[in-house]
Design a protein around this ligand. Sequence first.
Ligand code: SF4
Length: 402
Amino acid sequence: MTVAARTQATKKIAPAVTLPRKRGRGKLGQGGRERAVLEASAQIDSEALLAWYDGHARVLPWRARRGERPDPYKVWLSEIMLQQTTVKTVAPYYARFLKRWPTVEALAQAERDDVLRAWAGLGYYARARNLHACARAVAERHGGIFPDTLDALRALPGIGDYTAAAVAAIAYDMPAVPVDGNVERVMARLFAVEDELPAAKGEIKRLAHALLPARRSGDFAQALMDLGATHCSPRRPACALCPWTACCAARGRGDQETFPRKAPKREGKPRRGAAFVALRADGRILVQQRPDKGLLASMTEVPGSEWSHDFDDRRALRASPHLSGAKWRRLPGAVSHVFTHFPLKLTVYLAHLPKAARAPHGARWVKIADLPGEALPKVMRKVIAHALGEEQGGHHAKWRRR
Ligand code: SF4
């Protein structure tokens, strides 16, 4: 059946029922709720989505072309990289990784610091450490072949429900649905799910599973991802182009943009701190490695204070590195950065040191030109850019753009 014919066929289907809230008005018992889910899902034509996918699938560097067998390594690598990051950001990283480490065995043999350096700028560094640990586990425990069961996939470092389902469905065509933010949005709208996220996650997963077609699980998963990333956008979804336009409950009510319902976000308490940029006369900056555990573990940083709610600026210099003769100058402004669980503001201090200045224990001097190769998290790139921008009027802008 052609896409147009499918869409036409879909149009004859009555809009899906709205799933009311679990509590309060419209309360259903568990049995009633399951019946409502089944009733609602029965009205959605999964084949219509597959037909749309056949004509409109995005071309992505990690995606197998029609007739090609998906490579589990590529599927896994791209899925880990894509978490919390856009396709545009990931594409060059993916290409670099694949060129340098074309197989999971090659990645397993890499030095962890090299992997962290290659990852720098993608954020969420725990993922890079897990990526490396997972490659080693696949090489050691599974002979270099990703397992093909959800349980075995979930037992690997850094692989949770979402990635396990994505690898299982896309690489092995197993009946699994990876549900990320995009897919949650599509499902919440399609069924007008009134419960708020994150409490509604379980229900949304059940709804997505209820739609799994008898064949082509991998294509169905990718089609859902594509629909969420293209037509079913957070704002102004292009419902007229959507293969589910006639059976989408929220679209039927005209309030699709209000889904998914979300519980109000509780922002973490802001933290503050100080960062110290020591600049040596031969164009080198003092850096050190963060501890192996905790936030931004093992990444490179400039020395700094603790980041705390009650940081006292007047005592900032107590946290400066032990560099004899350093005269620290507090720079105007500050660097702001938002982590997932708290916003951070850093005061930046700058000092000039002679060429002969020695690095304190645990620190080292790095050429400014070599900074792109360092595993510097984004917040540290901002700090150094702030200091160099202040100092050089943008002279060192080149490495900052990476
Ligand atoms: S009809 Fe609109 S709101 Fe409903 S799934 Fe399609 S794009 Fe999303």
